[in-house]
Design a protein around this ligand. Structure first.
Ligand code: PRP
Length: 284
């Protein structure tokens, strides 16, 4: 049943994210839902090639440690209230352009934080504090995470990546989806000739609608030497057609989304979605 909620006026983003607290609430157990139905908002979803007619939804946080079959794609929707907050700001058609862009950046910060959990190269050592010697861990700066924002809207979602991750390199991909055919084309490819062996790659695009753009982007990244399992996708809103396509084509891939919406309309827009994230970010 649809609830009527009066949306609060858009507000400037809070700068209080240094007080981030994370509650690793882990629930176990799978649900199966038809692909046309929006899964529960707090969910981990595993999509396998043999189960293309349904999504297996696993409730819980990104800290789940149970083994995930390597022939499945994993979709994470982290159940954090800040993520819901920024999605709500993005959904609001009244949100002004500058605040929309900022909301995408804040959402990207949170999703990248979640995606980097247990994924970064660590250096162990000992360090002298003013009071004694401590055993410490640092992120290894010799293996920067590769950030691939898909222009235009991916620029805003990826904006905070260097403030979350101590070492990053950014490689821009410009992609445009034809309004009639909905097929993507590449107008800028700044990928390196070959990614270093073992590179971790975050591909960042707010919308996974038909999935054509992300499939083409992942194909390109893979052509430059990266395996599915080394790639994570960061997205604001994902829809079932894109998730089905990605799950079938890229087993082992991981997708971090702020929300999953049920419908892609005949014009290729996610409903209810956010509208055109590129236009709304840049006031086009
Ligand atoms: C939007 C969006 C994705 C793509 C998703 O980009 O940012 O890149 O469409 O659609 P798909 O999953 O059906 O391929 P758009 O082509 O509008 O470019 P923009 O970011 O410059 O607005």
């Amino acid at each position: 049943m649809a609830a009527s909620i009066r949306a609060p006026p858009p507000q400037a983003p809070s700068a209080a994210h240094s007080s981030w607290r994370h509650s690793p609430r882990i629930a176990r157990g799978f649900l199966s839902v038809p692909s046309a139905v929006s899964p529960p908002p707090q969910s981990k979803i595993v999509i396998g090639r043999k189960r293309s007619s349904c999504l297996a939804v696993k409730s819980g946080m990104g800290t789940e440690v149970s083994p995930i079959s390597e022939d499945r794609m994993l979709v994470m929707v982290p159940p954090h209230p800040l993520i819901k907050h920024w999605i709500s700001v993005l959904r609001n058609e009244q949100t002004p352009c500058a605040i929309f862009k900022n909301a995408l950046a804040e959402l990207g910060r949170l999703l990248i934080y979640e995606a980097s959990r247990d994924w970064l190269p660590i250096i162990n050592g000992e360090i002298q504090t003013p009071m004694g010697v401590a055993t410490v861990e640092f992120i290894d700066p010799r293996e920067p995470v590769s950030i691939v924002p898909i222009l235009r809207a991916g620029l805003a979602l990826a904006e905070q990546a260097p403030s979350v991750l101590p070492a990053t390199k950014t490689y821009h991909l410009g992609m445009r989806r034809d309004e009639t055919t909905l097929l993507p084309s590449v107008y800028l490819n700044n990928l390196p000739d070959k990614f270093p062996a073992g590179s971790r790659v975050l591909i960042v695009d707010p919308m996974l609608a038909t999935g054509g753009t992300m499939v083409a982007a992942i194909d390109l990244v893979k052509e430059h030497g990266v395996d599915n399992k080394q790639i994570k996708v960061i997205s604001a809103v994902a829809a079932p057609p894109a998730l089905q396509k990605l799950g079938t084509k890229f087993p082992g891939l991981q997708v971090y989304a702020g929300m999953i919406d049920p419908v892609v309309n005949e014009k290729g827009f996610i409903v209810p979605g956010l509208g055109d994230a590129g236009d709304r970010s840049f006031g086009t």
